[in-house]
Design a protein around this ligand. Structure first.
Ligand code: ZN
Length: 98
């Protein structure tokens, strides 16, 4: 703890951008701005508020034939904890000022 050493000294050149790391940082910055809200989704069918961590997720892959290629799109559906409806929307809660 007494060895106060800084790294390498004179700015050691430019490193190639580490994309994975950049994306991890991006996630850290934009993925979780605030502490986790209590609820993230509200069911439009039964009105239950819930957190996506508790919701059942189904994944569907849709294939689009765009001529000479097939484009796959993966979609995630969150299901209401209470009634299992897919008809949920993001719950903003009280603090909706950005
Ligand atoms: Zn529901």
């Amino acid at each position: 703890m007494s060895d106060l050493r800084t790294h390498g000294g004179k700015g050691s050149g430019q490193r190639p951008t580490n994309k994975a790391k950049y994306e991890a940082n991006y996630d850290a910055i934009f993925g979780k701005k605030k502490a986790k809200p209590k609820y993230t989704h509200e069911c439009l069918d039964c009105g239950a508020k819930q957190h996506e961590d508790n919701m059942r997720v189904t994944t569907e892959v849709e294939a689009y034939d765009i001529g000479d290629a097939v484009f796959h799109r993966t979609m995630h559906f969150l299901h209401c904890e209470t009634c299992d409806s897919e008809n949920t929307e993001e719950y903003i809660g009280e603090d909706d000022d950005c």
